[in-house]
Design a protein. Structure first.
Length: 202
């Protein structure tokens, strides 16, 4: 069983994700040109974590927060203004700045539409984000979180859905039983994305 992150640990958890995603192509394209990634990446991570803490669950591989994972389920997987307000995610959201907000919207809206189309009428666990701090990567922290999530999916009898932005990640997820539903290119930022699903074994 992974460690359930507490509210007062969200900022530290956001730092873990910011470090894990510092070279991520999607996150880097969301940040407005000229902005400091080291300052904006923790903000993006905080938005996701605050929303998921309120409407889903946030876990770490241990109380030391080496790796962090945030999940939601079904309709709660779609962010909206009310959700941002009630979760407190609106505050970091506004700190992103106008250009980055526009890029984030251009990136996430097509993903929401694809997810709605592919999972309409179905129950599913949505893997919003998962990352491991740079110095802890390759030590099993991410796999621990994913294996627990797969078992949770099996017990609930519902699939896991995710999106990823690199072919390397696609290969990693395929080894864990995920299959690609669609490859798409996000408009404006021209970022390839894969939507993937893992259906639990009967």
């Amino acid at each position: 069983m992974p460690y359930k992150v507490k509210k007062n640990e969200l900022s530290q958890s956001a730092g873990v994700l910011a470090e894990a995603f510092q070279d991520d192509p999607l996150w880097n394209k969301i940040i407005a040109e000229g902005d400091d990634k080291s300052k904006k990446h923790p903000i993006v991570a905080e938005i996701l974590l605050r929303y998921c803490f309120r409407f889903g669950e946030v876990y770490a591989s241990s109380e030391n927060l080496e790796g962090v994972m945030a999940i939601t389920q079904d309709k709660k997987s779609y962010m909206n203004l009310w959700g941002l307000l009630t979760s407190g995610a609106i505050l970091p959201f506004m700190r992103l700045g106008g250009k980055s907000l526009a890029k984030m919207s251009n990136a996430f809206t097509p993903l929401d539409k694809a997810r709605y189309k592919q999972m309409k009428g179905k129950s599913f666990i949505y893997l919003q984000v998962i990352g491991v701090s740079k110095d802890k990567q390759g030590k099993g922290h991410g796999r621990l979180l994913l294996q627990w999530l797969i078992e949770k999916s099996r017990q609930a009898g519902i699939p896991i859905y995710l999106e990823t932005e690199t072919e390397r990640n696609v290969t990693l997820y395929e080894k864990l039983g995920f299959k690609t539903l669609e490859k798409m290119t996000l408009p404006v930022i021209q970022q390839p994305m894969w939507t993937m699903i893992r259906v639990p074994e009967l």
